[in-house]
Design a protein around this ligand. Structure first.
Ligand code: CA
Length: 223
């Protein structure tokens, strides 16, 4: 899952990027409305967290320019706890809002709720053979045994599972699971895949993650 965060305050931005990343989400952080609009229109994000008070274009102007051409869910952050502000945001097509200051846990709960809503066509459960991922509970099981994964391992596994049968390049995996500015040091991907395999493949006879030499990985059942 990839988020676009528009927040001009350095401290707040760093704090949110750290928290969201630790929870398995990839975050592109921009500090102005213009950059937010530019990136949002590329349509590569599952959710936009938009501060209203931004330099250049305000959050409201970004929202107005974004809708209706882009339906990516928007959670806006406002410093004022006024009914008018909230109504304005929702009328402009935002999906939810938070009033600053807020607890990080509340932001995360709303982010997750919006991501679930956005993917409502996607089943809660991802499966391949005897491997099952319950996305709401973030629970992974293989042959009935529970497997504990780190946030990155979980992000990697769900990406491979959602696109099972499709060969995914190391660069694509790096972009989706790590940060966009991640350069071509795909060794990080290899290390993460090795760790994931140790947990979900090594203890079992049938392997699910396969290496496509010189390109990337594919997750599928092979006879
Ligand atoms: Ca601000």
């Amino acid at each position: 899952m990839r988020l676009l965060l528009a927040e001009d305050e350095t401290h707040a931005g760093q704090y949110l990027v750290k928290g969201l990343t630790e929870n398995g989400l990839a975050v592109d952080w921009v500090r102005s409305g213009d950059e937010a609009l530019h990136l949002a229109l590329q349509g590569n994000h599952d959710l936009i967290v938009l501060d209203v008070g931004l330099p250049g274009m305000s959050g409201w102007e970004v929202l107005r320019a974004l809708r209706p051409q882009c339906r990516t869910p928007v959670l806006f952050l406002t410093a004022r706890d006024g009914v008018e502000d909230r109504v304005k945001g929702l009328e402009l097509g935002a999906d939810d809002y938070l009033v600053k200051p807020f607890a990080f846990s509340e932001l995360l709960a709303r982010v997750r709720a919006l991501l679930r809503r956005g993917k409502s066509s996607e089943p809660d459960q991802l499966e391949l053979g005897d491997l099952v991922v319950h996305q709401m509970r973030r629970r992974v099981e293989r042959a009935g045994q529970r497997i504990d994964l780190t946030a990155k391992e979980y992000g990697l596994l769900t990406l491979l599972l959602r696109r099972q049968g499709e060969i995914l390049s190391r660069t694509l995996i790096a972009e989706q699971v790590w940060d966009m500015n991640f350069d071509s040091d795909t060794n990080v991907v290899e290390v993460a895949v090795r760790r994931l395999r140790a947990k979900i493949d090594d203890p079992f006879a049938d392997k699910l993650i396969h290496t496509v030499r010189g390109f990337g990985y594919v997750m599928e059942l092979r006879p």
